[in-house]
Structure formats: C-alpha cells, structure tokens
Design a protein around this ligand. Structure first.
Ligand code: HEM
Length: 473
C-alpha cells in the first residue's frame, strides 16, 4: 500500500519534470525564442493556489502585482496543471481574443466540461461552436425585436422593488439574483416566478452553480457530483417543457414569445443541443448580471455625485412619460450616464477576471515564444485597472466614459473576437431598468463594509446588506 503510494508520487514527479523539460527547455534548445520570464512554482500544482487567492475585485491581487513587477505584464507560470502564459498586456489580450480558432482556442478545465457537457456553447470549439453561436446571435436579434422584451424586464424590476416597500433591510445579492433569474427564465422559457417549474429549475440551478466552483471530485454527495446530477435534472425539466410545447403546438393562443419558441423552429440544432443552449443562457445570464448589479449599487453608494446625476437622468426620462407607462428603446437610448455607470462598474469591478485559452501553434509575441499546447490566460481585469491605460484607474469615475470609446482594446469586460458575450446588451438593459426604478423610489445605505471579492468568481461575502428607505416620487 505504502509502496504504491510512493510509486504514484514518483510517477507524478517524473511526469512533472519530463513536462518541464519538454515544455520549458526544448523550445530554447530548438531556438524558437525565449519564453516569457517567470517561474513554475511547486510540482503538479505549480502556482495555482497563489493565483486563485481571493482579493478585492477592484484590485489585481498580490499574485499579479508581484509577478508583473518581477517579470513584466506577460509571464510564464504553471496553472491548472498546465504550463501557462499569463497576459496582463492589452495588446496581447486583444491579439489572443481576435485569433480564436486560428492561433488560440477556448480551453476551460476538464471539470467544467464534466458539468456543462461538451456541446455547451461556453466550452465548444471549432465548427460546433460556430453553429451554436450563429443560432445564439440570430435568437438574440429576434428576441430583442419583440415588443414584450423590454416590458417583461421592467415588470420584473418593479415586482422585486415592490416587495421592498415594507422592508428596512434587504440582502441585495439575493434580490439581484432573484431579478436576473426571473428575467432570464421568462425570456428563455416564458415562465413566470409562480410557475412550479421555475422553483424546480431554480433549486437545481443553485446546486449546479455551487458545483461549478467546487473541487471536481465525482464522489456521491460532493457538490461536484450533485451539480452533475442537477444538470441532468434541469435537462429533463427543459425537455419536458419542450415536449409539452410540441404536444400543444404553437398555435396563436399558445404563443409565449420566448427564446424557446424560436429555438423549437431551428432545424440546425439537435434536441440535446437545444437543451444545452437553454442551460447556457440560464448560466451565462444569471450570476454575472446580478454581480454587476450589486457592484453598480455598491459603487454608487460611495459616489453621491454620480448617484445624484443618475437620479436626475432617470427623473428626466420619467417626466416625459405618462404615469405607469413602460420604458421603450428610445428611453433606453437616452440613458447616457447610466451607460457610463454600467461601463465603469464593469471596468472597476471586473465581473470576469480572466478567460481560459490554449495556444494551437507556437506563437511569437514581441520576440517571446508562446509554445503550442500551453495554456494562455488573458487577464481582463489587469488591463482594466492598469494606470498607464486609465487615468485614476483605482477610482470609480463614470465620467471617464464621456470621452472614452467603450469599444476600445483596453475595455473588454465581455471578452472579444468570435467568443464575445452574446448577452451583453440584455445584461445592460436589465441593470439600466432596475436602476431606473431603484433611484426614483429608494434611498439606501450599505451595511457591514462588504465588498466584492474575486475568488476569481466575484462574490460579496455577506451578500451586501442594504438599509433601504422607500419614498414616493
Ligand atoms: C454582466 C454580465 C455579463 C458579463 C460580464 C459576461 C461576460 C462574458 C465573457 C467575458 C464571455 C467570454 C468568455 C470567453 O471568452 O471564454 C462571455 C461569454 C458568454 N456569455 Fe456572457 N456575460 C454577461 C452576461 C451574459 C448574459 C446575460 C448572457 C445570456 C443571456 C450571457 C451568455 C454568454 C454566453 C452564451 C457566452 C459564450 C459565448 C461564446 O463562447 O461564443 N452572458 N460572457
């Protein structure tokens, strides 16, 4: 038994050193160019634990701080069981994102595949990804053109905020998750919060989310194993909804105007791909958007001038409308300062710290070699917080966006290139409409000094408790 254990350790170490020689010294020997500076850290684990060490999401954390000052903005390391090039450089990040499937490719850790499944758009590559993505983009265009799209979002915001009127304290993260979940379930499956399927999907979905960020041990009872099971239960629920829709047909009276209705008419996707598609939309559209909402509200709470300007913008928009009239696209387009607040919350708060890629070929960048097969991590937050690119980078300053192009290389909160987030507009509309009703009906104060932490997924440790006070306008 003991001999077996030591043999296993020996094999691991040999594997590690063999990998090190092949990956580290061979390129030098073959004169492909020097590797970026850096160190591989411990055998097997490398520097993964230090890299994942939590830190406030509006900072780059001590690991990146230390490594960038020692080795520069591009350095090598050993992360997630693979030799890795980490990039905190805006040009290299942009180059990586723009060369998807040519020089680099999306490459999420295996356990994520285990939970999402290989046909998930979030992890699929090559032609499968292209096909899924084309359907996603056409679905987004068609759903946005529907008149109920905006009204459904606004009604959900009004309903959540309505439930605050008699309360003095709320846990904002919980409320924001309720809001984004209700919006996405309505948009995708046409379900309202009081339908039994909604509660069932939410329960499974929460288990699923916990597993995504847990230790990937497929042993019965672990969060990872429970997540895999929860995913298969959500699939069954979605399949049952699809079957029910087919059985009833899509006559005029059965039209719900949701994603699923359009999806059912798409011939280029198999049944399993359709189910996986629904899961991707739920997953992509839930946590990210609610975290961004929480960050916007948190940073606004610390910037009374920005809050006053935001309130004024929404009061002006409301003053042009009849009492109770819903917002439309024209109103949304008038929300210039709101857009600046959202962009600044994205830049300063960093919902997604980095994305996972691997090099498909040997790539030369500024004389350095990024060897084929290595992991490549473009760190989006490092560019957002780089003081040489953004004046007063460590300040929440929404006014910077009055003169700065939001579609620039130094601002990529939704990724870039052919994997750029298809839900970015939906997320922004949700937040803008929620803020519209929040600032006109409530005063709030954050309690307990909670702040957003990157684990790297972003979380407010105590759920962001708010003291709220309702006032009538
Ligand atoms: C604040 C909100 C959001 C942020 C910060 C965000 C961020 C991102 C980022 C950085 C990526 C690129 C991942 C990569 O390159 O590997 C991405 C992809 C994706 N997002 Fe979002 N997202 C948000 C909201 C949404 C919403 C509302 C939806 C769906 C309704 C969504 C669905 C997706 C999907 C399906 C992908 C995969 C796209 C592909 O691989 O082609 N996201 N998101």
């Amino acid at each position: 038994m003991a001999a077996g254990f030591w043999l296993a350790i020996l094999v691991c170490l040999l594997g590690f050193f063999l990998g090190l020689i092949l990956n580290h010294f061979l390129p030098l020997f073959l004169k492909l160019g020097p590797l970026p500076k850096g160190t591989f850290g411990w055998p097997v684990l490398g520097e993964t634990l230090a890299f994942l060490n939590p830190h406030p999401s509006n900072s780059i954390g001590s690991f990146l701080q230390d490594h960038c000052s020692r080795y520069g903005k591009v350095f090598k390391s050993h992360l997630f069981f693979s030799p890795t090039v980490v990039s905190c450089d805006q040009e290299l990040n942009y180059f990586i994102l723009q060369n998807e499937d040519k020089l680099f490719q999306c490459s999420y850790p295996k356990p994520i595949h285990g939970i999402l499944g290989d046909i998930s758009m979030l992890v699929a590559v090559g032609d499968i990804h292209k096909r899924l993505r084309n359907v996603a983009l056409s679905l987004v265009t068609r759903i946005k053109a529907k008149p109920e799209f905006l009204t459904d979002i606004e009604k959900t915001a009004i309903q959540i905020l309505g439930s605050w009127k008699e309360r003095q304290q709320v846990l904002f993260c919980e409320e924001a998750r309720k809001f984004t979940f209700n919006v996405i379930v309505k948009q995708v499956l046409g379900l309202t919060p009081d339908e039994p399927e909604t509660a069932r999907i939410l329960e499974d979905f929460l288990t699923f989310m916990k597993g995504l960020i847990s230790l990937p041990l497929y042993v019965p009872g672990t969060p990872y194993a429970r997540a895999v099971q929860a995913r298969s239960r959500i699939s069954s629920t979605v399949k049952a909804i699809i079957e029910e829709r087919r059985r009833r047909g899509v006559g005029e009276s059965n039209k719900r105007g949701d994603f699923l209705e359009i999806l059912l008419g798409v011939d280029s996707l198999s049944e399993d791909e359709k189910v996986s598609f629904v899961l991707d939309s739920l997953l992509g559209g839930y946590e990210t958007t609610s975290v961004l909402m929480a960050m916007a509200v948190h940073f606004l709470g610390q910037s009374p001038t920005a809050l006053a300007q935001l309130k004024l913008e929404h009061e002006n928009i409301r003053s042009m409308k009849k009492r109770g009239e819903f917002l439309n696209w024209e109103d949304y387009k008038k929300m210039d300062f709101t857009q600046n607040v959202i962009s600044e919350a994205l830049r300063y708060g960093n919902v997604v710290k980095f994305v996972h890629r691997k090099a498909l070929k040997d790539v030369k960048f500024r004389g350095y070699l990024i060897p084929s097969g290595w992991k490549v991590l473009p760190v989006l937050s490092a560019v957002h917080l780089d003081p040489s690119l953004h004046a007063d980078a460590l300040q929440f300053h929404p006014w910077r966006w009055e003169t700065q192009d939001q579609a620039c290389k130094k601002f990529t909160p939704f990724g870039g290139g052919s994997r750029c987030c298809p839900g970015s507009e939906l997320a922004k509309v949700e937040i803008a409409f929620f803020l519209h009703h929040l600032v006109q009906n409530f005063r709030w104060r954050t309690e307990g000094g909670d702040q957003p932490f990157a684990h790297p997924y972003v979380e407010f440790q105590k759920g962001m408790a708010l003291k709220v006070e309702h006032f009538s306008t």
